[in-house]
Design a protein around this ligand. Structure first.
Ligand code: HEM
Length: 158
């Protein structure tokens, strides 16, 4: 079972780096950027931080997915996806799919250009929307992490 322990360690480490970064962006970076505290040019200030973190987040999403499915396969946990008490297993996959879509499809192919245009024309609106989206993703992730840690110890709210 050493392999499952290693997979769990890597899974949680990657979650910490990834969602920790989302929390930092939501509660520290975006408020500072919106108030102009990192300079009046908000878009370049934000992009200088985002383009460094986005690669960490992408790598973490890959590690979390590989280790998560590996554990599910090794421990044969597929039945859990039929049971409501294991809602946190569904939540993990949903949060993962959501971020994978945002980081690998929406951000490089859609948001990058669209957001840049909106941020140049109406920075207040653009950064307010971006901040709101980050809050939603952070709250979903926090509920999922709490559910997964409690659920994998046998706790359930159902
Ligand atoms: C493809 C997506 C994912 C799969 C297949 C997956 C699968 C798993 C599995 C099988 C476990 C072990 C459960 C157990 O021991 O009973 C686990 C644990 C965990 N996962 Fe995921 N996961 C995924 C994504 C995520 C995401 C996106 C997060 C965070 C937002 C997350 C956070 C956690 C946490 C915190 C634990 C509990 C670790 C512990 O307390 O030991 N997982 N995951």
């Amino acid at each position: 079972m050493t392999d499952v322990v290693i997979a769990r360690v890597l899974h949680v480490l990657a979650v910490v780096i990834w969602i920790g970064g989302v929390s930092m962006a939501t509660t520290v970076v975006l408020p500072a950027v919106r108030r102009g505290e990192l300079g009046e040019k908000r878009l370049p200030a934000f992009q200088a931080i985002e383009r460094r973190f986005v690669w960490q987040a992408r790598a973490a999403v890959i590690v979390v997915g590989l280790t998560g499915f590996y554990m599910a396969w090794r421990l044969d946990l597929w039945e859990r996806f039929r049971m409501a008490e294991f809602w946190w297993m569904h939540a993990m996959v949903c949060v993962w799919l959501l971020f994978a879509f945002v980081l690998f499809v929406a951000e490089p192919f859609i948001l990058h250009r669209h957001f840049g245009r909106l941020a140049s024309a109406r920075p207040e609106v653009a950064f307010a929307r971006l901040h709101r989206a980050h809050w939603v993703l952070l709250l979903l992730s926090a509920v999922t992490i709490a559910g997964a840690v409690a659920g994998s110890q046998g706790w359930s709210i159902f």
